[in-house]
Design a protein around this ligand. Sequence first.
Ligand SMILES: NC(=O)c1ccc[n+]([C@@H]2O[C@H](COP(=O)([O-])OP(=O)(O)OC[C@H]3O[C@@H](n4cnc5c(N)ncnc54)[C@H](OP(=O)(O)O)[C@@H]3O)[C@@H](O)[C@H]2O)c1
Length: 240
Amino acid sequence: MKILITGSSGALGASLKKAFPHAFSPTHNEMDITDANAVNKTILEHKPDTLIHAAALVGIRDCDENKEKAWLVNAEGTQNIVSALKKLNNNCYLVYMSTACVFAGENEKYYTEEDTPSPKNYYSLTKLCGEIVMRQYENACIIRTNFAPKGQWKYPKAFTDRFGTYLFADNAAKGIYDVWKEKKRGIIHIAGDKRISMYDLALLAGSKNVGKMTLEDYKGPALTIDMSLSTKRWKKYKIG
Ligand SMILES: NC(=O)c1ccc[n+]([C@@H]2O[C@H](COP(=O)([O-])OP(=O)(O)OC[C@H]3O[C@@H](n4cnc5c(N)ncnc54)[C@H](OP(=O)(O)O)[C@@H]3O)[C@@H](O)[C@H]2O)c1
């Protein structure tokens, strides 16, 4: 079984490499997804049976301030992968990592796979565009999830009034592995079984000295406030 992972140096990528230890995981330099020729070349050389596409520009502020780059990576990059597989390796099973942030984030709505997306910011919009691109490829799964790596929170403070059915990156990778085993197609939500705030997530992750903040303290692009997901097509996972 030949598996190729994009975005393997990222937070999820590190966990994906543990879940799929024999996968080929080119770095950004080795395969820039915005370069169609580089994508074609890698796919021709490696002929993967499965491609897990986790590369993206993920910073909400970064995407908002660099729209051209965000579009190129998240929308056009996904198109390059889909086009390469369609042309060169049509039997490959493709997994696209999307996000709970494609939804509006209404309080305790617990969005399912059947709910209508309504992104709040440019990052989420480009991820949703990636989902639309994925419709060109039948043998594929779009996974929406929400996770953080274990360990120190990457910011000094965390929101007490933004929520989600979060998982740690290792849990999310396990969920992706389970979905991959069954070769599910269409949209699947990989959600945790309880709704917690980002601050509680930071504490659970083992962060030391992380401060509290609220949306009142925040200035920047619009945010998805409640990223809680439910699922009609899959099981839920315990965070831990
Ligand atoms: N973090 C979350 O809470 C969350 C939630 C739901 C869904 N997701 C999705 O899950 C996936 C992984 O997220 P993450 O948090 O692990 O992101 P991350 O830590 O920022 O990692 C992003 C990865 O993408 C790579 N990358 C960026 N631009 C690229 C390009 N042009 N060509 C090739 N590789 C490129 C990066 O490599 P370099 O660092 O070398 O540039 C890095 O390996 C993304 O698709 C994201 O949208 C994330």
